[in-house]
Each structure stands twice: as C-alpha cells, then as structure tokens.
Design a protein around this ligand. Structure first.
Ligand code: PAF
Length: 383
C-alpha cells in the first residue's frame, strides 16, 4: 500500500482516505461517494482496530464481511482497499500510541470508553501515513471522533484535510451503523426512540426552547418511555469545541448514547449464572429420570387390561413420593420388587410418573425460555 500511495503521490494525484471497520452500509458508501467527488484516487481501509476496543467490548463480535464489503466498494468506484491484519498494524514490540489528552476525549464516548480515542487516533494516524492521504472522510454520526481527529491532525501538523459527511439514516429514521447488525427487528424498532427523541428536541428548539437542560430533558423523557432502552448519556455541548452550554445560541451537538437490552451473542450457558444453570438443570434431570421411569412402568403396565387414569393424583405430592419410592423398588433398589406391586397400581404408577415428567418438562421449558430470553445490557448505538 505504501508503494502504491508513493507512486500516486509522484503523479501528483489527490488521495482520499475513507477509514472504516467494514460491515459497510449506505453511510460508508456516502463517505466513499464524497471522497470520489473530491479526490483523484479513493482508498478505503477495512480494519477492525483492536486498540480502540476496551476489554469487555464487542471486538470479537464486530461484524466482519470483507467479500461483501469489496463488492460494495467496487460498486461506488473505490480505487483500492487496504485490509491489513492486526499483526501488520501492531507487530510484536509495537509501543507507540497517539493520545489526545484533552477535555474533548474525556467526555461523551470518552468517559465511557477510556482507551477508545487513543486507539482511534493511533490507527487513523497510521492509516494516513500509510496511504499518504490528502483528504480523509468521516461520518457526522461519530461527531466526537471528528473533533478528536481534527485535533490531533492539527496538533501533529499532519497534512490531511478532514471532511465531515452528514449522518445517513434509514427511512425509519435510524442512523445507519454497522452495529445495527446486532439488532433484532424488535430491537431496531425500539432503537427508533433515538431519532424520535432528537426530532422532539428539534421541534422544541424550533418552537423557541433554547435552554440546554430543557432540551436534554425532552430527549431523556422520550427515551425513558422505551422499555428496552437504557440511557448511557444525553449531553449537549457546543460544536466543535465540545464546551458545556446553558443556552443554545451557537452550533451545538446534542449527543445520545444508549444501550438496548439486546439478546446476548454468546450462548446462554456461557453467560448465565450458576443459579440459572442449576435452576434449569434440576427440572431437566428430573424430566429425564421421570421419562425413563415412566417408560419402564408404562411398558410394564400396558400389559394389564383393567386400567384407570390417576387424574385425582395430579396435585398429590405424597402420591408422587410414593411413586418415586416404588420406582426405586421397581429398578431393584428396594423391596418389594415389581412382581409384588398390584397390576393396576403399576399402570397408575406409570401414568403418574408421566404426569410428573410433563410437569417437569413445563418447569424446565419455562426456565429455559427465561434463560434464553435473558437479556444483557449492551451499548449499541449513538446519535
Ligand atoms: O469510525 C470508525 O469506523 C473507526 O473508528 C475508524 C475511524 C475506522 C478507526 O478505526
């Protein structure tokens, strides 16, 4: 890539860089088109940058679809794709980072993700150096990222012009984001509360409300009405300085980060507590034993013609205790053995155990569904 860029530079070409982490959507393609309009050659990078993810964040789960991404990039006429391996970008012994150590990285996303902007600044600096870009393109959706990138580009005298391209939304109003891939249809629906709350705040502002706290309260209240949404922050700062404001009488950034209680990505048995596992395992074990015993007993009993249904025993706990005792006796763990149990009782025993098995199945099913449906909180979006 460095040789490719050096050759372009020699020819005096204007190089545009669009850094991405892949899983491309219309928002990215809009960045590419903006770059195509302004530059002679457009290079897109596709690299899920490990240094910008904290230890409990979604680095592993982040969607990776390189083949599909390439097709999309080709469709908008991107000239080259840079898709390095993590070891190429951070080889053994790597120890140099770009740390934007100012107030702009300590608030909003920076407050929640302490190492995030260090990772972004480091990788973007490297990408700019590798591609020798003249112009770089970033989405307004990550407005704080744009502020941070502009800061270190200025501070380090990097000769790249930073372009901020407006947010691209789905028809529903949801801002396009690779992380939308995590959302089920119901969660996507719930996520609409973000754009809805912003529209409400905008309407209030257009109606004359300029008090920052009041505007934040409108957004907060709207989001709180959505049961699945959990607010990380609702903040309002001047833009691009990111300074606190009391009254909105200059360009401002009203930023929201929210989590949805989304279905977990790892399977439930990896994330559920020991208590949940035991709660699900006990009825499952009981179900297995009861089915097994019922099978033996029913099989034995079906040879007896005069049968009756033991419905009167369905809620009769001592009956089940006696059945279990008999079942143990039946498999030779006590006396009397099978032959000593009256024939009709053997069928009663079999059917009773079948009922117990069904009861255990229902309990196990409910517990399992609860465990599978158990939701964890994950930050999935910002607007
Ligand atoms: O916005 C992103 O996708 C990433 O933060 C970026 C700029 C590609 C750096 O990894």
């Amino acid at each position: 890539m460095q040789a490719f860029s050096a050759a372009l530079k020699k020819e005096g070409k204007c190089i545009g860089l669009v850094p991405t982490m892949g899983a491309l959507h219309e928002g990215h393609l809009t960045l590419m088109r903006a770059a195509k309009e302004k530059c002679d050659v457009v290079i897109a990078s596709v690299f899920v940058n490990p240094t910008q993810f904290g230890p409990n964040e979604d680095f592993d789960a982040y969607p990776r679809r390189f083949e599909e991404d390439c097709r999309k990039l080709e469709s908008v006429g991107v000239d080259a794709v840079f898709h390095p391996e993590p070891a190429e970008m951070y080889p053994e012994g790597y120890c140099t980072y770009v740390n934007v150590d100012g107030d702009i990285t300590h608030k909003l996303c920076g407050a929640q993700r302490p190492i995030h902007f260090r990772g972004v600044a480091t990788v973007v600096t490297k990408l700019m150096n590798i591609t020798r870009a003249d112009e770089a393109f970033f989405g307004q959706k990550d407005a704080q990222q744009v502020v941070v990138v502009r800061r270190f580009v200025d501070d380090l005298n990097i000769p790249v012009h930073i372009n901020m391209v407006p947010i691209v939304r789905e028809d529903s109003g949801l801002a396009r984001s690779s992380r939308n891939a995590y959302l089920s249809p119901a969660e996507k629906e719930a996520a609409l509360v973000l754009s809805r709350s912003l529209r409400k705040a905008k309407a209030a502002y257009n109606g004359g409300e300029t008090n920052a706290e009041a505007l934040k309260a409108i957004v907060t209240e709207e989001i709180q009405n959505e049961p699945m949404a959990v607010i990380d922050y609702v903040d309002l700062f001047s833009f691009p300085a990111l300074l606190p404001v009391e009254t909105v009488n200059e360009p401002c950034l009203l930023a929201i980060a929210y989590g949805l209680t989304v279905r977990v990505i790892p399977p439930w048995w990896q994330r559920s507590s020991l208590k949940t596992k035991v709660a699900a395992a006990v009825p499952l074990g009981a179900l297995f034993l009861a089915l097994f015993a019922a099978y033996i007993l029913a099989w034995q009993s079906l040879q007896i013609p005069d049968t009756f249904l033991p419905t009167e025993h369905f809620f009769d706990l001592p009956f089940y205790v006696s059945q279990i005792r008999w079942a143990l006796e039946g498999v030779g763990l006590g006396k009397p053995a099978w032959g000593d149990i009256p024939a009709g009782e053997r069928l009663e025993l079999g059917l009773g155990l079948l009922a117990a098995a069904l009861l255990a199945a229902v309990i196990a099913g409910v517990l399992l569904i609860q465990a599978l449906r158990k939701r964890v909180y994950k930050t999935v979006g910002k607007d």
